[in-house]
Design a protein around this ligand. Structure first.
Ligand code: SAM
Length: 278
């Protein structure tokens, strides 16, 4: 904990509620970041008590995000990214991973937590190929018509739509697949859809993660694998399909891929996949 950092609180817009945990700040606390407040750290402790190695779990998701962006840049040749539920900036972010491979790559970050914009602005002040938009996945029209999205992205050329680590926070009644479908419909042929989320195969670690999320954040649901596959709205997945993150490598893995039986409990809680729009 860095008390000097909390002196920065007055910099934040008034619509940031620091009295309850937010998803973005709790995730930051779990990752070991500094952009969080006591209620977020308390929530992170509930996660840590529920899931051994929860920090490794969060970093595993981040590493999948980077692997996915590298595949999309290097192999798929995509140079436009719409990253929804982008979270607070951390060690390595979508625009950094993409621009390492293609300095011209453009990234629009979208998050419904205004704290992401507050931090993103500072990070991106010097980067004119990256923007941050405050908008909600539950309002695809607002995302697609946001001036920054329209300015930064050419909707006549392939776009990678990233919905990474967020769908578990969207309830069934909010119809995640309808929302994804609306976004995918706006993308041209040759675009990609990159998702990570929480599977429910009956494994106790999956249940523990779900319980911790619902208790602290009020949402965060694991879903049957068929439901996760349905998030891809009928698009074909690129190899290796939808897999546990420890086993998911769209490019040649640098490390041996573990068998399911050898995976630690936390490694059974997250899956990743990328699909292609023909
Ligand atoms: N995508 C990043 C990653 O995978 O490392 C961050 C994931 S973090 C667990 C989830 C992010 O989604 C948070 O920053 C949260 O504010 C955002 N989020 C949650 N619900 C959202 C919604 N309905 N619309 C937009 N963003 C949302």
């Amino acid at each position: 904990r860095d008390p000097s950092h909390e002196g920065d609180i007055h910099r934040f817009p008034p619509d940031i509620d620091m009295s309850v945990p937010s998803i973005a700040r709790t995730y930051d606390a779990i990752l070991g970041g500094k952009d969080n407040f006591e209620p977020d750290r308390a929530a992170a402790r509930v996660f840590a008590d529920s899931i051994p190695k929860v920090r490794e779990c969060a970093w595993e998701n981040r590493e999948a995000l980077i692997r996915g962006v590298q595949y999309l840049s290097r192999v798929a040749g995509v140079d436009q990214f719409l990253d929804i539920g982008s979270g607070l900036p951390t060690e390595r972010n979508t625009h950094e991973a993409a621009q390492e491979i293609n300095p011209e790559a453009r990234v629009v970050y979208v998050d419904n937590d205004p704290i992401v914009l507050a931090h993103g602005r500072a990070l991106l002040a010097t980067n004119n190929t990256t923007s941050v938009v405050t908008a909600d996945l539950r309002d695809p029209h607002a995302i697609l018509t946001a001036p920054e999205a329209k300015r930064m992205l050419d909707f006549d050329r392939p776009i990678a739509l990233m919905i990474v680590g967020i769908l578990m926070h969207i309830s069934d009644t909010e119809e995640p697949n309808r929302l994804i479908g609306e976004l995918v419909d706006a993308l041209p042929s040759g675009s990609y859809l990159f998702i990570t989320s929480w599977p429910d195969t009956g494994d106790p670690a999956q249940k523990s993660l779900e319980r911790a999320a619902v208790q602290t954040l009020g949402n965060g649901w694991a879903r049957p694998v068929d439901d996760l596959l349905a998030h891809f709205v009928g698009l074909d997945l690129v190899p290796p399909g939808l897999q546990y993150i420890a086993q998911w490598f769209p490019e040649t893995p640098e490390v041996p891929v573990p068998d399911f039986e050898d995976m630690e409990p936390f490694q059974r809680t997250q899956m990743a996949g990328i699909a292609y729009k023909p």
